[in-house]
Design a protein around this ligand. Structure first.
Ligand SMILES: C[S@@+](CC[C@H](N)C(=O)[O-])C[C@H]1O[C@@H](n2cnc3c(N)ncnc32)[C@H](O)[C@@H]1O
Length: 270
């Protein structure tokens, strides 16, 4: 282990790469094992801008959070596939704008729970629970989720870099539809993740994800991902490369052409 984490959690599998730990490595974090470093370096060998793509996704999530809490006045957030604590966590970005914001983090990786719980001990309005997006009703019906979030009021649902890890046969569109149907009018869905803008290197990077057991359909074409925001009012500027979504001061290397491989967008339930 390369960090100073206290996760002597037996559930943590250190023999195969974990998406959460690989993402943390790419973001310059310390919560990774050797298997994660090897997978990450294979990704960087395929596409040297891989670290930039991870940073671009993270930057988009920060901007999306500011939009939800600041402009859209959302008071509660459900962040599914939240990942390991990293600079500018959703609850921290959100609390800067609304100190009373309620945030539920959900992830299926036990390492996220171990670290999230440690981070959130002193925070009554933010919790982390174990959950799998492939069973969205189990997340929405989770007792701790229902205790903190009021589903009769608008909710901001963040699906950052997660639908890319759901296989076709697991039906990502049906998962999003289930969530969309259970949130009230005025709620938002945030989507981001890798995409194939029609470039060979996106297919090559997708192949590395697949080889390391992190998903075979990570880089879906733009049109397929637009379906995730179906029946929602898509917020300007739409589902676009993350560097084009309301760019801000903290965006890394904004003119790099690799940015077409990470997209983000937000939809509002009418
Ligand atoms: C690439 S990270 C994205 C982290 C963060 N949302 C962001 O965009 O910066 C993807 C996260 O989704 C989690 N994940 C993948 N599949 C999942 C599933 N079926 N249910 C819940 N979490 C999942 C992984 O464990 C990982 O933490």
């Amino acid at each position: 282990m390369h960090g100073d984490m206290s996760d002597s959690n037996a559930a943590i599998d250190t023999s195969t790469p974990s998406i959460a730990r690989v993402y943390d490595y790419l973001l310059g974090g310390k919560h990774y094992y050797d298997v994660d470093r090897v997978a990450s370096e294979a990704m960087i060998d395929a596409v040297p801008e891989t670290t930039l793509l991870a940073a671009a996704n993270r930057s988009f999530i920060r901007r999306a959070t500011r939009f939800l809490v600041g402009e859209a006045r959302i008071e509660q957030i459900l962040d599914v596939g939240s990942g390991l604590p990293s600079a500018g966590n959703v609850h921290e970005v959100a609390q800067e704008i609304n100190p009373n914001i309620r945030v539920v983090y959900v992830d299926k990786d036990p390492i996220v729970l171990a670290n999230g719980r440690a981070l959130l001990t002193a925070n009554d309005n933010t919790i982390v629970i174990e959950g799998d997006l492939r069973d969205p009703n189990a997340i929405l019906d989770h007792p701790e989720v229902k205790q903190l979030l009021d589903f009769s009021k608008p909710i901001g649902v963040i699906l950052g870099g997660i639908l890319m890890h759901i296989e076709d046969e697991e039906d990502p569109n049906a998962i999003v539809t289930t969530i969309r149907d259970r949130i009230v009018s005025g709620s938002y869905i945030v989507h981001s993740g890798c995409a194939n803008p029609g470039e060979q290197r996106a297919a090559e990077l997708n192949e590395v994800f697949f080889q390391f057991g992190m998903g075979s359909k990570c880089f879906r074409p733009y049109e397929e991902q637009a379906a995730y925001l179906d029946q929602l009012e898509v917020i300007e500027p739409g589902l676009v490369p993350a560097n084009q979504w309301r760019p801000s001061y903290d965006f890394p290397d904004p003119t790099n052409t690799a940015h077409g491989m990470v997209i983000g967008g937000i939809g509002r339930k009418p």
